[in-house]
Design a protein around this ligand. Structure first.
Ligand code: PMP
Length: 455
C-alpha cells in the first residue's frame, strides 16, 4: 500500500497542464488520469490503494519487477558521488565504462562496443546515421536507403517514426522522411491468406530481396526489424522468416539491424532476440530492459565490422546526446544486469516461467473470442476474432480490444490492446501463481467482452 498520497486534485492538475503521449487528450482529461502510486514485484497500486497485476511490465520494460531497493541504493550512491558528467570530451565515468563491458559481454562475439543513448528512439536515430557514415567510410556513399517494415515500431523521433511502419504515425508530421521504404510484415493471421505460416514467412522475407533488386543493392544501407513485433501486437514470425532474412542480408551487401528494444534482456528467454532466432545482426538498438525502466537509458550494440571502421576510418562520429552514458542511469543499468544475472532471469524465462506462461496463454485459444493465442518467452499476443474458423475480424477492431482491456483492468490486470490484439509482457520475475492469476483474469475479461458483444 502507498504511504504517501497525491493532492486530491491531482487529476485536475494533470488535465490542466500535462500533454500525454499516444493518448486521446480530450477523453483523458474528461476521465481523469489513473494515478499510479507505487509498485512491488509484479503489482502496481493506484492512489486509492487498488492493486493491479502489471501484465505489461510498465511498457515492456520492468523486467526485474517493481520495488527493487538494490537499484535505488546503487542510484543513490552514484548520485552522491557523481550525479552527471558527459562522455564527449575525452572523459568517462566508472559505471558507464563498466556497463559497456557488461552489456557487450552478453551480446555474442561479434559485439564488443556500445554507443549510449537516452532511449530506444534515440538508439534508432543513432544507428540510422551510423549506418550511412559506415557506408561512406568504406567507399560506398550511395548506400543510403533503409528498408523497414509496415507495422514495425522503432520509436517516435523523426527517424524512429519514419523507420516504424505505423500509418497513424506517418500521417502526423509528413513522415516517413526520404530514404526509408517499407516492405510487408510476417503477420500470418492477418495477411497470410491460404498460405501455410511457413510459406507465408518465406514469401514476406523474399519481399526484402525484391525490394533490394528494385532499389539497387548499391543504394541500400540496411534492413531493420524487431525480432518479434511488439507494438504491432506481439507478432511472432513464422519459423521460416528469420533464416531467410539472414540469408538475404548476407547474400546482399546490406546491414542487418535487429531492434532489440523490447526483445533484449531476457524477454524471449535469451539475452537478445537475435540470439533466440540465431541471426547475426550488424547493429542492434537497445533500451527498456537495460535498466528495467528504472532510469532512462538506451544504446546501440555495434558489431566489430562497424566499430572498426568508426574507430579507424571515421575517427569522429559527430553524434551524441547530453545524456549518452549518464553515470546514474548507467549505475541503475549495471545493478539491473547484476540482478538479472544473479537471479538467472534469462534462463528462468527460457527453461521455466516462459514455458509455464506459454501453456497458460495457449489455453486461451479455446475461448470463442480468440482467433489465436501465441507466445514466445514472456511475450504473449491474443488475436480477437468474430469468427474463429474463418479468421474473420471484427469491423471495429479498436473497440473490441479496448473492451477486453477495460474488463481486465476492472478485474485487476493490466493488459495492452493494439487494435484487436491483446498484448502481454509481464516482469520476468513473475511466479507460477501470478501467471495463473493473469490467465484467470484474462479469461474473465474475454468472457465479459464476449457476453457484451453477443448482446
Ligand atoms: N523500438 C522498439 C521495438 C520499441 O518497442 C520502442 C518503444 N516501445 C522503441 C524502439 C522506442 O523506444 P523509446 O520509447 O524508449 O524511445
Amino acid at each position: 500500500m502507498p504511504d504517501t498520497y497525491p493532492p486530491s486534485n491531482l487529476a485536475a492538475i494533470d488535465a490542466a497542464h500535462h500533454l500525454h503521449p499516444f493518448s486521446d487528450m480530450k477523453k483523458l482529461n474528461a476521465d481523469g488520469a489513473r494515478i499510479i502510486q507505487c509498485g512491488e514485484g509484479v503489482y502496481i497500486f493506484d492512489d486509492r490503494g487498488r492493486k493491479y497485476l502489471d501484465g505489461f511490465a510498465g511498457l515492456w520494460c520492468v523486467n526485474i519487477g517493481y520495488g527493487r531497493r538494490e537499484i535505488a541504493e546503487a542510484v543513490a550512491r552514484q548520485m552522491n558521488e557523481l550525479p552527471y558528467y558527459n562522455t564527449f570530451f575525452g572523459t568517462t565515468s566508472t559505471p558507464t565504462s563498466l556497463l559497456a563491458q557488461k552489456v557487450t559481454s552478453h551480446a555474442g562475439a561479434r559485439f564488443n562496443h556500445i554507443f549510449f543513448t537516452g532511449s530506444g528512439s534515440e538508439a534508432n536515430d543513432t544507428w540510422f546515421r551510423m549506418a550511412r557514415v559506415y557506408w561512406s567510410a568504406v567507399g560506398k556513399p550511395s548506400k543510403k536507403i533503409v528498408i523497414a517494415r509496415k507495422n514495425g515500431y522503432h520509436g517516435s523521433t523523426v527517424a524512429g517514426a519514419s523507420l516504424g511502419g505505423m500509418k497513424y504515425m506517418h500521417e502526423q508530421g509528413d513522415l516517413p522522411i526520404p530514404g526509408i521504404v517499407h516492405i510487408g510484415q510476417p503477420y500470418w493471421y492477418g495477411e497470410g491468406g491460404d498460405l501455410t505460416p511457413e510459406e507465408f514467412g518465406l514469401k514476406v522475407a523474399r519481399e526484402l530481396e525484391a525490394k533490394i533488386d528494385e532499389l539497387g543493392e548499391e543504394n541500400v544501407a540496411a534492413f531493420v526489424a524487431e525480432p518479434v513485433q511488439g507494438a504491432a501486437g506481439v507478432i511472432i514470425p513464422p519459423e521460416t522468416y528469420w533464416p531467410e532474412i539472414d540469408r538475404i542480408c548476407k547474400a546482399r551487401d546490406i546491414l542487418l539491424v535487429t531492434d532489440e528494444v523490447i526483445c533484449g534482456f531476457g524477454r524471449l528467454g535469451a539475452w537478445f532476440g537475435h540470439q533466440h532466432f540465431g541471426v547475426e545482426p550488424d547493429l542492434a538498438p537497445i533500451a527498456k530492459g537495460l535498466s528495467s525502466g528504472y532510469l532512462p537509458i538506451g544504446g546501440v550494440l555495434v558489431s566489430d565490422k562497424i566499430a572498426d571502421v568508426l574507430i579507424n576510418e571515421v575517427g569522429e562520429f559527430n553524434h551524441g546526446f547530453t545524456y549518452s552514458g549518464h553515470p546514474v542511469c548507467a549505475a541503475a543499468a549495471l545493478e539491473n544486469l547484476r540482478i538479472i544475472e544473479a537471479e538467472g532471469l534469462v534462463e528462468r524465462v527460457r527453461d521455466d516461467i516462459g514455458r509455464y506462461f506459454g501453456k497458460a496463454w495457449a489455453a486461451l485459444a479455446d475461448h470463442d473470442l480468440v482467433g489465436e493465442a501465441v507466445s514466445i518467452g514472456l511475450m504473449g499476443g491474443l488475436q480477437l476474432a468474430a469468427e474463429k474458423s474463418t479468421r474473420t475480424r471484427y469491423e471495429k477492431p479498436d473497440q473490441v480490444g479496448a473492451l477486453v482491456r477495460d474488463h481486465a483492468l476492472a478485474n485487476g490486470l493490466v493488459l495492452r490492446a493494439t487494435g484487436d490484439r491483446m498484448l502481454a509482457s509481464p516482469p520476468l520475475v513473475i511466479s507460477h501463481a501470478e501467471v495463473d492469476e493473469m490467465a484467470r483474469i484474462t479469461k474473465l475479461a474475454l468472457d465479459a467482452a464476449w457476453k457484451e458483444l453477443k448482446c
